[in-house]
Design a protein around this ligand. Sequence first.
Ligand code: KIV
Ligand code: ZN
Length: 390
Amino acid sequence: MSDNKIYIFDTTLRDGEQVPGCKLNTKEKLELAALLEELGVDIIEAGFPISSPGDFESVHEISKMIKHASVCGLTRSVNKDIEVAAAALKPAKHPRIHTGIGSSDIHIINKFNTTRENILERAASATKFARNLVGDVEFFCEDAGRANLEFLARLVETVIAAGATVVNIPDTTGYCLPSQYGAIISYLMNNVPNIDKAILSCHCHNDLGLATANSIEGVIRGARQIECTINGLGERAGNTSLEEVAMILKQHHADLGLHTSIKSKMLNPISHKVSEIMRMPVQPNKAIVGANAFSHSSGIHQDGFLKNAITYEIIDPHDVGADTSKIVLTARSGRSALAFRLHNLGFKFTRNDVDVLYDHFLIVADEKKEVMDDDLIMLANAFESEVTPQ
Ligand code: KIV
Ligand code: ZN
């Protein structure tokens, strides 16, 4: 096991599926689970088995099908939940139970109406109970982003002593700044005496648009697992998006020295599949998988890009399974972009011809949001018949 490997824990089928309208049936979950395994994720959180008979069935069927990845089921720190999850995971080659409880005073008082001491007892008891049923137990310290640090360290130490193999430090409400989330991970790495017996996991929500930044800061500070979803789906503003963390770690391998097992060429195809099955469109400007992620539309950018793609692209679209980069024609485009698109349509114009055509092009472009191939063909044909002697 390399110290620099970051384990990718995909929760598209659990936290992602909690999004209103994204509910999946067993067949759909199986289809996505097979793709997630092919993508190279290390752990698939397949569902919350006690929540419904349908989710139990999904976790059970996924457990039968998955060959290499760990299959995980979520539970509360309640023995019945844990028993049901263990039953659902029974056929899995690498089963993991993901149990946990609130760790911030906000949760301890308002949700559980109890004390920190009682939370430590319940956490230890649930972890031990789960470890008697499966060999791999992850414990989540819900709302760790707003928890008292000294108490959080005691909780982490307690669940590791009770047998947790992974401890999840969720920023459940997406509240932390990257420096704050990173400081929590550093504090735990330096103050939990048995920290070498488990790995820490980042589970960050995107309420302030910081989920990806926080997860990356977490692994820089010593966490070794990131919990994420395809297209960043998840409760409220979503979770850390898998495609973003996978590509950040790939693009910054030289400076961070961290890596994942994700096959990046599958990122766009799987994003489209999740969007289609979950009926949840991807915003066009979404990093890595949005429709505009490799489109260039301003004249200055297009000119540079056409001279050498590295001027405006840090990722080759083929590396993430996207179609080739696009040169979009708008009233902000320049002559080199127009010449490029005309050439692609098979027209052989001189530089002077393009200069003349460019004035006609701008008139059309000012009237439309985007000049399409049909508009260009009309412009080019009109120009050719003007200059060809009758
Ligand atoms: O956001 C959260 O805290 C969770 C836990 C159940 C892991 O989703
Ligand atoms: Zn969550």
